[in-house]
Ligand binder design. Structure first.
Ligand SMILES: *[C@@H]1O[C@H](CO)[C@@H](O)[C@H](O)[C@H]1NC(C)=O
Ligand SMILES: *[C@@H]1O[C@H](CO)[C@@H](O)[C@H](O)[C@H]1NC(C)=O
Length: 320
């Protein structure tokens, strides 16, 4: 060791404060860290300390801390003594870009105040800058990235691709007629990057394990890359139904009648134009066990069939 980044005795486990620890992404990071108690202690930050997910993390050894990202005092308390922070922010709950940015900046300020050594951020490229269209849920994350890069703390930014888990929620295959389902992603003939959220956890652990290698870097993660035709093949291989690719255009998608349509159309336009660079080789280096979509679907069969059986005539509902 011997760099300025290490402090205290190097064989003490380091405390990592994980935001969104009861969510899908923060939860994956927390669980991956909990598998390495010799090196890490997990401080799970949540607004919902009494829910089941928080309890399960506590059973596995995490310390549950309640903090409100609008309240500096609670943030500073939550980050006191932490070596590193895994930071994610949410857009969909409030659908307010400015408020999401404020929460992200608050967390960064509190981390700096508490002398945290490394911040790993779930960031994003700015869709507005790249294609000239508003994408509130990603532009907010881009603004938080920009701030983090200037603030003078060591960081690693991860940029994520489409999650396989999205097929349970708003992007679940939509029933067209009996036994026939369409993959509702507006990417026409383009291939997009994808990953299983759980596989991101070990990637973040690898980043924290090798801070020198990944300091002040921006890393695009991906485990697989597919067109909707490829996805339809994989679905048909594992589920005894017909899957098709309707090749929806972003131009049409943005006019769909649900509140996220415009933001999501812009996001998919970014993906479709290949402007979001994700690196499968680097991702496999960070986590040699990342699953391809095929491998993931093979294991998830039961749950997906349930999702498809419950299909309520193309009703969009946001993933919780
Ligand atoms: C990372 O960049 C920040 C400035 O943005 C700097 O203060 C910090 O020392 C850098 N970290 C390392 C380990 O080089
Ligand atoms: C992380 O960022 C991605 C955008 O790259 C976003 O879709 C996702 O919701 C974020 N995750 C969390 C838990 O905030």
């Amino acid at each position: 060791m011997g760099s300025g980044a290490s402090h205290g005795s190097s064989d003490e486990p380091k405390t990592i404060a994980v935001f969104g620890a009861t969510g899908l992404l923060g939860g994956a990071v927390a669980r991956a860290l909990l598998k390495d108690p010799t090196n890490y202690r997990v401080r799970a930050i949540t607004r919902k300390p009494n829910n089941d997910k928080a309890r399960k993390l506590a059973e596995k050894g995490a310390v549950i801390v309640t903090a409100n990202m609008n309240d500096m005092e609670s943030l500073e308390k939550a980050l006191d003594g932490a070596y590193a922070v895994f930071l994610t922010t949410h857009y969909w709950e409030e659908r307010n870009k400015e408020k999401e940015i404020v929460r992200g900046l608050n967390a960064i300020d509190a981390a700096v105040k508490q002398n945290v050594k490394h911040i790993v951020l779930n960031g994003s490229e700015s869709v507005r800058k790249l294609i000239g269209k508003e994408c509130n849920n990603l532009d907010s994350k881009a603004a938080i990235e920009e701030y983090l890069k200037e603030v003078g703390v060591t960081y690693t930014i991860i940029r994520l691709p489409f999650w396989y888990e999205n097929f349970y929620g708003i992007f679940r295959p939509h029933k067209i007629k009996h036994g026939v389902y369409a993959i509702p992603l507006p990417i026409e003939d383009a291939a997009i990057d994808m990953i299983c959220v759980k596989d991101i956890g070990p990637c973040v652990v690898s980043i924290l394990d090798s801070p020198k290698q990944y300091k002040n870097k921006t890393i695009g993660l991906s485990a697989d890359r597919m067109t909707t035709v490829d996805m339809a093949h994989v679905f048909s291989k594992h589920i005894d139904k017909q899957f098709i690719s309707p090749k929806i255009r972003t131009k049409d998608y943005e006019k769909f009648n649900f509140p996220e349509a415009r933001d999501l159309a812009a996001m998919f336009e970014l993906y479709q134009k290949n402007l979001a660079h994700r690196d499968i080789r680097l991702t496999k280096k960070l986590n040699p066990h990342v699953r391809t979509f095929d491998k993931w679907l093979e294991r998830k069969l039961y749950k997906l069939e349930e999702v498809l059986a419950g299909d309520k005539d193309n009703e969009f509902e946001h993933q919780k």
